[in-house]
Design a protein around this ligand. Structure first.
Ligand SMILES: [Zn+2]
Length: 359
């Protein structure tokens, strides 16, 4: 089941209640958990909502719980609003934390983190006459293709001179590699991991064009049939790589700040830049949270308590500032990096590498 999480996030980030009412319910349910957390949260939220919000909450929760009953045993993210006639469910193969959030827009932070941490990739395991290609999305593996070279069956060897045999064998391997290359060219994810026993995988890599070589993020030595080890190792390496990428992004941010280049840091600067669509990479400390206020009418967001909207004078609602920043970032196609890097916390827990800068 391959779904485009990036697209789903983008869609969800564009949805909000124009009157800033708490009409969107977001529920994250881990398949391992019991429903006790849900009952508790439902009870708490229901008693805190205003009358019209309450009606919407009760109706939306009914739909959500019906859906949950029919879909036990799956990790799920569900977004619903009866008032807006909206329902969206996203099955997830990776573990999530239970949560129920009532807000004026879908709560997407957990999904954004999953997208950052579980980059889809293509896994190729090959030797000189066999290749298996897997696509791995959100930790779920699907075999996509099996390719093999049939020219070099051992029994054909009889009667040929050693030199002729070697020549034909070489040609057959070249043809086979080029088949695998063509498949990758048209089907592979942005990131590719190459695996297999012995030196063949390196020879294969060497014959690939540059644009494909650059997409190979790791090479793993493993037997053709040991898929279990291979998958485990692939995930380990990718998570390491994700850490490295986050760290590199923080380093890049620091360098840009030093030369007063394409960077912003700290809550206010980053918020303004994200809203203007200037941010290319948004860096957020993993568990950073800030309370603030939002006017959905003007999309004005301020950290801390504010009484009225400074632009239209209208009412504001309490908001999770980081969640709002993430939503702005998704709407403007910024890439998100969640990180534990201490240097980011020194810079105000949040920052952005910019696409451009006003003079
Ligand atoms: Zn306003």
């Amino acid at each position: 089941m391959k779904h485009d999480l990036k697209k789903i996030l983008r869609e969800l980030s564009e949805i909000y209640d124009e009157k800033s009412k708490n009409t969107y319910i977001s529920v994250y349910v881990n398949k391992q958990g019991d429903n006790a957390f849900l009952e508790k949260r439902i009870h708490a939220c229901q008693s805190l909502l205003k009358r019209d919000e309450q009606d919407n909450f009760i109706a939306s929760m009914e739909t959500i719980q019906d859906f949950l009953k029919k879909n036990r045993g799956t990790n799920l993210a569900i977004f619903a609003s009866e008032a807006h006639n909206f329902f969206r469910s996203v099955p997830l193969s990776v573990d999530i934390y239970d949560a129920l959030i009532v807000d004026s827009s879908p709560y997407i932070r957990p999904l954004a983190r999953i997208l950052d941490e579980w980059t889809p990739f293509t896994l190729v395991i090959l030797n000189s006459n066999q290749a298996k290609i897997f696509s791995v999305d959100l930790g779920e593996t699907e075999q996509e293709k099996q390719l093999s070279s049939n020219i070099m069956n051992k029994h054909k060897k009889g009667g040929w001179s050693q030199a002729r045999f070697q020549r034909l064998r070489k040609g057959a391997i070249q043809t086979f590699y080029s088949q695998v290359k063509d498949y990758l060219d048209t089907h592979a994810d942005e990131q590719i991991i190459l695996a297999g026993p012995g030196p063949e995988k390196i020879r294969f890599k060497d014959m690939l064009p540059k644009h494909l070589q650059q997409r190979i993020v790791d090479v793993i030595d493993v037997d053709m049939d040991d898929e279990h080890t291979l998958l485990k190792e692939s995930f380990d390496r990718l998570h390491e790589q994700e850490d490295t990428l986050s760290h590199q992004a923080v380093q890049q941010l620091k360098e840009e700040i030093l030369k007063d280049g394409l960077a912003v840091y700290g809550l206010d600067e980053t918020l303004q830049a994200v809203k203007r669509g200037q941010v290319d990479i948004l860096l957020i400390e993993k568990d950073y949270k800030v309370k603030g206020c939002l006017c959905e009418h003007c999309q004005i967001l301020k950290a801390g308590p504010v009484k009225d909207c400074p632009v239209c004078g209208g009412p504001v609602t309490e908001a999770d500032v980081i969640e709002e920043i993430i939503e702005f970032a998704q709407r403007t196609d910024a890439k998100l990096e969640f990180t534990d890097d201490e240097e980011l916390s020194k810079l105000g827990h949040i920052g952005g590498i910019l696409r451009y800068k006003d003079q």
